[in-house]
Ligand binder design. Structure first.
Ligand code: IMP
Ligand code: MG
Length: 178
């Protein structure tokens, strides 16, 4: 693990090592193996940030499960609907399915809280959220993860799929702004 990583004008220092990440992701996978046995869940990975967490989590499953990836597009709705976030690339029917959303991080919670109604509108049997990171100190919207790998302080991080302006996603460990 590098002592520090520079991306543009910022320096990042080691924060959570890949071995610690791997063991937490395995624990979440086993919890899901138990909770979703015979439920054939459909995982929805939110791109881009979740792709590495999603790959590791999904490989930890021993139950029957499907996975699909979506991108979120954000726009301003009417005065009653407010901020709207819709899914691009969602072709599967969610009706009657057990859905597990995979996200890289819940920061303020704005993105997920605006997106969840779109999921519920499609009449799934259940919806759960599996997230790599949460920042409880930054949370402003009413959204709660069912599975969280790490709760971290409100500081910017990169690595394990998370980026700073497009870079840093390939780092196997997690780094924090110095
Ligand atoms: P929210 O809508 O405020 O919860 O923000 C969620 C999105 O912000 C995530 O999907 C990330 O793309 C981005 N984000 C928030 N905090 C960080 C961070 O510390 N590192 C990298 N991306 C972050
Ligand atoms: Mg991002």
């Amino acid at each position: 693990m590098a002592d520090s990583v520079s991306i543009y004008d910022k320096t990042f220092v080691p924060f959570i090592k890949k071995d610690a990440i791997a063991s937490r992701v395995k624990e979440i996978a086993s919890a899901i193996n138990t909770a979703y046995k015979d439920k054939n869940p459909l995982f929805l990975g939110i791109l881009n940030g979740s792709f590495i967490f999603a790959a590791d989590l999904f490989r930890g499953l021993s139950i029957d499960a499907e996975i699909s990836f979506i991108k979120l597009a954000s726009y301003k709705g009417t005065s009653t609907t407010g901020h709207v976030v819709t899914a691009i690339g969602l072709e599967e029917s969610l009706k009657g399915r057990h859905i597990i959303i995979i996200e890289d991080i819940i920061d303020t919670g704005k993105t997920l809280s605006a997106f969840l109604p779109e999921i519920y509108n499609r009449q799934p049997a259940s919806v759960a959220i599996a997230v790599f990171l949460t920042k409880p100190g930054a949370l402003k919207y009413d959204v709660k993860a069912d599975y969280t790998a790490f709760e971290i302080e409100d500081k910017f991080v990169v690595g394990y799929g998370l980026d700073y302006d497009g870079y840093g996603r390939n780092l196997p460990d997690l780094y924090q702004l110095a």
